[in-house]
Design a protein around this ligand. Structure first.
Ligand SMILES: NC(=O)c1ccc[n+]([C@@H]2O[C@H](COP(=O)([O-])OP(=O)(O)OC[C@H]3O[C@@H](n4cnc5c(N)ncnc54)[C@H](OP(=O)(O)O)[C@@H]3O)[C@@H](O)[C@H]2O)c1
Length: 440
């Protein structure tokens, strides 16, 4: 065997502890896989006095990031810090510094990769080292290498992912127990499924970072994170979930990327998924990615999208990959996605819609709404009157046929002005009508 390869780890929180635990407990196995033993050189943390989830020699801990990055005996740096003080630029700079020293860098940082991926990958191309980021999307699910390697020969047509465990847990609880968003959020925070500040999860930003990364790889194009249309789950009510169930659907926060004739579309939003679709049974904090390639057809990967060991599993795979490269004096052989495909506006997206209206309970209302919708070429697939006990207002719920979003918005403007319509309570996109012939 060659001489051991030293790895420096920055951050020993949830993911860092998982990585250290796996490195220690699976040491022999990892040595066999990598062909050489992988030794922890140092672990940089913010507060070395803190209790750690894994027992380590306290001498391994340090607070000096630059000393680690500049250590010529450490060819591999693992960045597991996240965004200190809310800034992703800090970790980006550390990664750039390490690459400039010709080191290999493994990161789990989705925000950094989504925002600075092109810059970092270009720096990695110039470096003798490389950049590895399997853990940045969907934790333990090996989706990045699957797209880069196993599916490299396919033209990917679409990706639909449940890639945020917090919101999937919350929507599952709302569905099972008919609870409101607010009460489920409190419970999720109490159990540690949601952070004290849940914005990034519930507003869909976390999923937007991840689908920006996946679509960039799948379509080999630049996908600025600002171009991802993003809506969270804060407006989803127990009533919407009940309506979905009555119509044969479940509501999921889905990240979607599709290849179009003239570009791509990338979006994150709550979505009606038919109960028969494979994604519909992805519950609790689990993640799944359902994709369609022109050769492989339908494919789904399912697993744990977060947590100490599942995320650690992905980081360790990258570490082993990097160590193999270091041993053979080579680097990852992947090019930077450099196309700039047109990313279509949400206004041009074609999908079906669920519309929940609150209306006056009298004859003719349904015809009025259908006419207003029809004037903008919105045709209806189904209509259901909820609450048949003649309360006022009464709920009229529609599922449309496929329609361009801009037309739907114009039609809804007209509907909302009808004297018999109190309000449009919610509008949610419907996907996955036909899993064999396309996602919509
Ligand atoms: N948690 C997950 O399941 C998961 C899944 C996929 C990807 N990720 C990504 O993995 C990364 C790490 O997440 P995490 O959940 O493990 O975070 P975490 O539990 O908050 O841990 C962050 C670690 O970074 C250290 N740190 C923070 N600021 C630092 C600084 N200025 N200098 C040195 N060390 C500093 C902290 O030190 P102290 O321990 O001393 O405070 C801590 O050990 C993030 O990019 C996250 O998005 C996480």
């Amino acid at each position: 065997l060659d001489k051991p390869i030293k790895v420096g780890i920055i951050g020993m929180g949830t993911v860092g502890s998982g990585v250290v635990k796996i490195l220690i407990e699976n040491r022999d196995h990892i040595t066999q896989q990598a062909g050489v033993s992988v030794d922890i050189s140092r672990i940089v943390v913010k507060n070395p006095e803190k209790n750690r989830a894994v027992d380590i020699d306290p001498y391994l801990l340090s607070t000096d990031i630059h000393e680690l990055i500049n250590d010529p005996t450490v060819p591999l740096i693992v960045e597991l810090v996240g965004c200190p003080n809310g800034s992703s630029a800090i970790a980006k700079d550390w990664i750039l510094q390490a690459l400039a020293q010709n080191k290999h860098v493994v990161t789990a940082n989705k925000e950094v990769i989504a925002k600075y991926g092109t810059q970092l990958l270009e720096a990695a191309e110039k470096s003798a080292g490389g950049l590895y980021y399997e853990a940045s999307v969907a934790g333990g699910i090996p989706i990045i290498k699957t797209l880069q390697e196993s599916l490299a020969g396919n033209r990917i047509q679409s990706i639909m992912g449940i890639i945020n465990g917090t919101t999937n847990y919350m929507l599952t609880q709302m569905t099972r127990f008919n609870q409101s968003f607010d009460s489920v959020l409190k419970e999720a925070q109490r159990l540690g499924y949601a952070e004290a500040d849940p914005t990034s999860d519930v507003e869909g930003y976390d999923a937007a970072y991840k689908i920006a990364i996946l679509s960039s790889i799948a379509f080999q194009t630049k996908v600025p994170v600002e171009s991802v249309h993003c809506e969270g789950i804060t407006k989803i009510t127990a009533e919407d979930i009940q309506n979905a169930a009555n119509l044969g659907y479940v509501i999921k926060l889905v990240a979607i990327a599709k290849r179009l004739k003239d570009g791509i579309q990338v979006r994150v939003h709550p979505t009606f998924i038919p109960k028969t679709h494979p994604l519909a049974s992805v519950n609790d904090a689990f993640n799944a990615i359902f994709l369609q390639g022109d050769a492989v057809g339908d494919l789904m990967l399912y697993g744990k999208g977060a947590g100490m060991l599942p995320t650690g599993s992905a980081v360790i795979a990258d570490i082993i990959d990097a160590v193999r490269n270091i041993r053979f004096n080579c680097k990852p052989r992947l090019s930077v996605p450099n196309k700039t495909e047109h990313i279509s506006s949400i206004n041009d997206t074609v999908s079906r819609f669920y519309i929940n209206t609150k209306v006056v309970d009298k004859p003719g209302v349904l015809a009025d709404i259908a006419t207003a919708l029809g004037e903008e070429n919105v045709s209806l697939q189904s209509v259901i009157q909820m609450g048949i006990d003649h309360n006022d207002p009464v709920s009229l719920v529609f599922i449309t046929h496929e329609v361009k979003e801009i037309n739907l918005r114009k039609a809804l403007e007209k509907v909302s002005q009808l004297p018999t319509v109190y309000k449009i309570a919610n509008v949610i996109r419907v996907e996955g009508a036909n899993i064999n012939g396309g996602t919509n």
